[in-house]
Write a protein that binds this ligand. Structure first.
Ligand code: DAH
Length: 341
């Protein structure tokens, strides 16, 4: 039996040392040390031995088991280290190779203008309000004092969603005025930038979607003087302190009196040129004193409070500011164009 054990020791150890894979190693472990393994089956025959022999053989068997287990462990570690070496070799990174650059986005010119205008007004104590682009006709027209037959309501000009013409894409940011006045009581100082929609054919100066920034101030004793002072500040900050402005009478249903504000052409200084279409002036925004009907319709007492409002087109400002000749360039997302800002 001693001989059997010695032979087992020799063959098992040498096959463990030669094992090439973890699977092979596991098979050998079952073969020698498993429940039905060779060592176990030798030990099962120990019953026939004398006490003395059983002690000797038992010790020998235990020592074989211990050295086999050690051999399995060390072979396993060898395999693991070899694998690790291989992986390290395969996965080395050469940190001196120049990396591939990630392209970093830039602010769109429309966003640059919106952010600048926000900054200017926040500096004057305004907050920024938001309103839905899908609007109710009630807010887009009725409460802004457009009568039943106002041309702006025409299906030719407005994108309607419902048969009854109650739901539409807002045609200006002015409905935000109503939403703000219904929610807050004066004093109110807000601006509201956002997208607006009109059924216009696309050309160098028109797009069915564009951006406006609305402004609204309501308080006791607000006058046309506040309107002029505030908007002159805006224009000076945007176009420099020597920019000249002109206030022209106009008509909007929701303001009385209403005006349009022009800025003297920065290209020709008022002489007349291609940029200002020989006018010497460039139209910048619409404004006026909030109509008493509009104030009352939102539950504001027009004998106590007055206000002014304005609306300005963002694309138009961006085109002037950055000398962009065609509105469509703003929407083409051509990086060669956008990278310049
Ligand atoms: N909503 C006008 C438009 O889209 C712009 C405008 C004019 C807004 C006068 C105002 C305003 O708030 O007072 O053409």
């Amino acid at each position: 039996m001693k001989e059997l054990l010695n032979k087992l020791k020799e063959t098992s150890l040498s096959s463990v040392l030669k094992a090439e894979s973890p699977e092979e190693l596991e098979n050998l472990r079952v073969k020698y040390l498993g429940k039905k393994g060779e060592l176990t089956s030798i030990l099962k025959q120990m019953g026939k031995l004398s006490d003395e022999d059983r002690r000797v053989i038992g010790q020998a068997a235990n020592s074989i088991r211990a050295s086999l287990e050690e051999a399995f462990e060390s072979r396993k570690n060898q395999m693991y280290e070899k694998l690790l070496d291989l992986r390290l070799k395969l996965e080395t990174t050469d940190v001196t190779v120049p990396g591939s650059k990630m392209r970093i986005g830039k602010k769109h010119p429309v966003s640059i203008i919106i952010d600048e205008v926000k900054d200017i007004f926040i500096g004057m104590g305004f907050t920024v309000a938001d309103g839905p682009e899908t609007e109710l006709a009630k807010y887009n027209f009725d409460k802004l004092n457009h009568d039943e037959n106002h041309p702006a309501r025409d299906r030719q000009d407005t994108f309607y969603f419902s048969e009854d013409d109650n739901i539409l894409l807002r045609t200006s940011t002015s409905p935000v005025q109503i939403r703000v006045m219904e929610m807050r009581s004066p004093p109110i100082r807000v601006i509201s930038p956002g997208r607006v929609y009109r059924k216009d054919e696309v050309d160098a100066t028109h797009s069915p979607m564009f951006h406006q920034i609305e402004g609204l101030v309501v308080d006791k004793g607000i006058t046309m003087g506040d309107l002029k002072g505030t908007l002159n500040t805006l224009i000076e900050r945007l176009y420099g302190s020597d920019a000249k402005t002109r206030f022209r009478p106009h008509h909007f249903p929701f303001t009385e009196p209403s005006c349009e504000i022009d800025v003297q052409c920065f290209e020709c200084g008022g002489e007349g040129c291609r940029v200002c279409k020989n006018e010497g002036w460039i139209e910048l925004l619409g404004a006026g004193m909030v109509h008493p009907y509009v104030l009352e319709g939102c539950g504001t007492d027009s004998r106590v409070y007055s206000g002014f409002a304005f609306g300005v087109g963002v694309e138009r400002m961006a085109m002037r500011r950055f000398n962009i000749p065609d509105l469509r360039m703003l929407y083409e997302n051509d990086m060669r164009f956008l990278d310049q800002f």
